[in-house]
Design a protein. Structure first.
Length: 665
């Protein structure tokens, strides 16, 4: 975001004249603020200025999109999430919407904000900032959007440098001029000492060089100058260092190492950059071809006070101003209790604050008010799944997610959620895998989608393929959190691969022994039936099967096989407490790929949350009834009376680790 160059002043819209009703007249303080919506083919602009201003913003976004499409045919110019532009007519409106952290003393003065999420992309602009080029911030923020959509590994200096490079574009009737020199940046760099490149390359979102007024300006200016030099200056020497740098980043080489390998001696590059900013003439690129828009395709309307408050409240949620968001959404619902946007946003607010039951109520209402609200359908399904993937509302999960994919076929999280839903239930696994692949195709840089696809493969006993998927995901991880998530998955997949190999070896030995016994005439069938009770034991990684035994009592449980499945994605080893028993009712069962189980158990007026990393390892038995031949614990044991055995665990969100489950009628 540009720190030091403001905008040119745009004429303010004339205030609306309100009719006098009888003898009373609204004061200026009581006037509802007028907000307009302009819909263009690819953008939605919401502004509180004039209709001309809002249409101009939409027109400029459409033009810069067309310019990018012509200049970079392979670049994805339309992200899967919609782009919503809030065009604030003045500083007061702009400041009312900016993050709380921007209001701290000494913070960098900004005129634009870009917020990206899986549901929506928000751009906030201030229209009257007083620069000769009022559309600089539009191009700047749109560049951020495209770079983050197509190249999430981009370091901060290059992200800001390219945004400044393309922010200084000029759209003419026949041509588009890209990378015009920035007089303000050049003047600032000539008057100040350049940052060492090692410092520039190390700046991140928490750095003072990115946030503080006294330091931020030089960071933005130098980032622009280096990007400009690497794209247009070094190109005169027949080099493509920036292409080499980006190629190394795509190979998961860290930014500092990639800079040394692509740019060579950084001291020499520093000297070349210092000379570059002192030159008298700068090149820029010209993209030939008209970018004229058909404004007949633009549609505008005046928003109702409720719609305007709901839209700003929704933006506040993404902007982390949750208290202000709630105030605006309550204002919208007070004005119009049937406002679908306000209900949907209120559901999202409750969801963000961990109030799942309240969130689901609001999303249910939003679906009723607007059946085409794909986000309301999506979050209703997500919250229903979190309650229980096996409960009475489980069928609504599939129905809601299918509805989402019909309303918005490009919304990748819906395919991911539906694939995960089938994976948790252990059904339709091939379809689950294809759904995850569809999500990845829509958002190829989403690491979480790839890990979820790997979990589906583990459920399909395709550990080799799961490991391959995990290694690709690790090469794409951008944050410490993503890296930790992928490494945990890889460790789990490796253990499961080893387990499957041991199972095969065990089966091979068993078959060989059985063949040998048959050949020498031994009769190995010594099993007798007892219909009073049955025991269920785990058959490796298949569903536990019923096995009748000679002696079964109320307290008898079957031990798991000698070579049981490993604990997948196991938490760190920790000491556990004593072995305990409890009698009561299994209230809920939640399973997660590949084999973990969380079980809620009601006993003697208390509720116990119990966990198993691998439900195939549990010992299952039944008292006074004969279960089916194949037990599906995740689907069949919820609601049963039971006796459970578990180890007490301290310092965890659950009470204990499950050992055995005895079902009772």
């Amino acid at each position: 975001m540009k720190a030091h160059s403001p905008f040119s002043r745009i004429a303010q819209a004339l205030p609306l004249l309100l009719p006098i009703i009888f003898a009373s007249q609204l004061t200026a303080r009581d006037k509802p603020e007028r907000w307009l919506e302009v819909l263009s083919p690819h953008f939605r602009v919401i502004g509180n200025g004039s209709e001309k201003q809002a249409r101009k913003v939409a027109d400029q976004f459409e033009r810069i999109r067309a310019a990018f499409q012509k200049a970079f045919p392979g670049l994805r110019v339309d992200p899967s999430a919609p782009i919503i532009v809030l065009a604030a007519k003045d500083e007061k409106t702009f400041n009312a919407l900016t993050p709380a952290s921007w209001k701290q003393k000494g913070q960098l003065m900004r005129t634009g904000l870009f917020l990206r999420s899986q549901e929506k992309n928000y751009v906030l602009l201030r229209l009257n900032a007083g620069d000769d080029d009022p559309y600089h911030v539009l191009y700047h923020e749109y560049t951020h959007l495209l770079m983050n959509e197509s190249f999430p590994q981009i370091p901060l200096w290059l992200d800001e440098g390219l945004a400044e490079f393309y922010g200084n574009s000029e759209i003419q009737e026949k041509d588009v001029l890209l990378g015009k020199p920035s007089a303000g940046d050049i003047a600032l760099l000539r008057e100040n000492k350049l940052l060492p490149l090692t410092t520039l390359f190390a700046v991140d979102h928490s750095s003072p060089y990115y946030n503080e007024q006294t330091k931020g300006s030089i960071f933005y200016a130098e980032s622009w100058a280096l990007a400009h030099y690497l794209m247009l200056g070094a190109d005169q020497e027949g080099k493509k260092p920036l292409n080499d740098f980006i190629g190394l980043l795509r190979q998961s080489v860290d930014s500092q190492t990639a800079a040394h390998r692509a740019f060579g001696d950084l001291t020499q590059l520093q000297n070349q950059l210092a000379e570059y900013v002192q030159q008298s003439r700068f090149r820029y690129a010209i993209v030939k071809g008209s970018t004229e828009m058909d404004e007949d395709e633009f549609k505008e309307r005046e928003l109702s006070p409720a719609d305007a408050a709901a839209l700003r409240g929704d933006f506040m949620i993404y902007n982390q101003r949750l208290a202000d968001a709630r105030t605006l959404l309550q204002e919208a619902l007070s004005e119009d209790p049937s406002n679908a946007q306000a209900a949907e946003s209120m559901g999202f607010l409750e969801f963000r604050q961990g109030h799942q039951a309240e969130g689901k109520k609001w999303f249910t209402l939003a679906v009723k008010l607007n059946s085409q609200s794909y986000l309301a359908h999506y979050y209703f399904a997500v919250l229903t799944m979190q309650e229980s993937s096996q409960g009475p509302d489980a069928t609504q999960v599939e129905s809601s997610l299918r509805t989402v994919t019909k309303i918005n076929p490009n919304f990748a999280p819906a395919y991911d959620a539906l694939g995960g839903y089938y994976g948790i239930r252990g059904e339709r696994l091939e379809e689950a895998r294809m759904l995850e692949l569809q999500a990845i195709e829509l958002e190829p840089n989403n690491v979480r989608f790839r890990v979820n696809a790997g979990n589906i493969l583990l459920r399909m006993q395709r550990a080799d393929d799961a490991l391959h998927v995990g290694k690709v995901a690790l090469s794409m991880a951008k944050t410490p959190e993503e890296t930790a998530m992928v490494r945990t998955f890889l460790e789990s997949a490796q253990k499961y691969q080893e387990y499957l190999a041991s199972v095969k070896q065990f089966h091979d030995r068993s078959q060989a022994a059985q063949k040998e016994a048959t050949e020498i005439g031994q009769n190995t069938d010594s099993v007798h039936e007892d219909n009073s009770a049955g025991s269920m034991t785990s058959d490796k990684n298949s569903p536990p099967r019923l096995q009748h035994r000679q002696e079964v009592t109320a307290s008898t449980v079957a031990s798991s096989t000698e070579e049981s499945a490993p604990a997948l994605a196991r938490r760190d080893d920790r000491p556990h407490g004593p072995r305990e028993e409890a009698e009561g009712k299994i209230v809920t069962v939640k399973c997660s790929p590949p084999a973990s189980m969380d079980l809620t158990f009601a006993s003697a007026g208390h509720t116990l949350l119990l966990h198993s990393e691998n439900y195939f390892q549990l010992a299952y038995s039944a008292l006074n009834f004969k279960p089916s031949e194949e037990l599906q614990p995740c689907r069949q044991i919820q609601g049963f009376q039971a006796r459970i055995r578990f180890y007490r665990i301290k310092g965890q969100s659950y009470v204990g680790e499950l050992i055995a489950i005895e079902l009772r009628k």
